[in-house]
Design a protein around this ligand. Structure first.
Ligand code: DGL
Length: 268
């Protein structure tokens, strides 16, 4: 494990979606250097097999380790569902946080829960990773999951609040009609982009919407603090991608609302 507080935090995702996590981390920890890897050549992961996702995730882990990171944040729910344990085996004592564990902890701590809803990619839902994570904390909680595979392409296209997005959300979320869920976990990097639209489609303002980006950022801060690894002098944000760095840079700057240093193409 790195004992150098000035070492960067490594964050990775299948593509651009993990910037929701990077943004939350940069806000919670403005003095940390962040290295972000987006696997833009191989996105989406959510429709691939567990074996393939694991192979890709371990390659990215090697890359981040070669950059001397002091902590790794798995921003991708699909990777968290398929490869968390394998990544932890590889990294040993290095702290590795994942959005599923953080999202679960946040959901269960924010409201009394008898029934939790989860939306995610096909791979995340099929893995039942959220269900297992919730039941590890409280086996009595009912969990209803819904895969929403069309939401990733819609978000990538910027179609987050038009008629197509509304109809798609209505169709997927109808599984929660008349249900008694207390919270809904947005179990995919892209879904926070639909956060505004979801409460009215659920026809409820009491259902707590859980954005795992905020929860993992908070966990990262607490973990670094406990390990006395907080940086007070950084703040750089460096992105690496496996394809189309220019497009990534434009989207990232728009999304983060600030200029970032040139995105570097990296073949794993
Ligand atoms: N990053 C993925 C996730 O959070 C969504 C995009 C993909 O399918 O690769 O599950």
């Amino acid at each position: 494990m790195s004992t150098n507080s000035k070492a960067p935090i490594g964050i990775f995702d299948s593509g651009i979606g993990g910037l929701t996590v990077a943004k939350a981390v940069a806000k919670a920890l403005p003095n940390e250097d962040i290295i972000y890897f987006g696997d833009t050549a191989r996105v989406p992961y959510g429709i691939k097999s567990e074996e393939t996702v694991r192979e890709y995730a371990l390659q990215i882990t090697d890359f981040l380790l070669s950059k001397g990171v002091k902590m790794i944040l798995i921003a991708c729910n699909t990777v968290s569902a398929s490869a968390k344990n394998e990544i932890k085996e590889k990294t040993g004592s290095l702290p590795v946080l994942d959005v599923i564990t953080s999202g679960t902890e946040m959901a269960l701590s924010q409201t009394p829960n008898d029934h939790v809803g989860v939306i995610g990619t096909l791979a995340t839902v099929n893995s039942k990773a959220y269900e297992k994570s919730i039941h590890a904390l409280d086996s009595k909680i009912k969990v209803t999951q819904q895969a929403c595979p069309l939401l990733v392409p819609l978000a990538e296209e910027g179609w987050i609040d038009n008629e197509v997005a509304t109809k798609t959300l209505e169709s997927y979320l109808s599984v929660f009609d008349n249900s008694d869920i207390n919270s809904l976990i947005l179990g995919c990097t892209h879904y926070p982009l639909f956060k505004k639209a979801i409460p009215s489609i659920l026809k409820s303002d009491t259902i707590k919407i859980i954005d795992s980006a905020d929860s993992i950022a908070l966990t990262a801060k607490n973990t670094l603090n406990a390990l006395e690894l907080l940086n007070t002098e950084g703040g750089d944000f460096q992105c690496f991608v496996s394809d189309r760095p220019q497009r990534f840079q434009e989207l990232a700057e728009r999304f983060l609302g600030r200029k970032i240093s040139d995105v570097v193409i990296t073949h794993l």
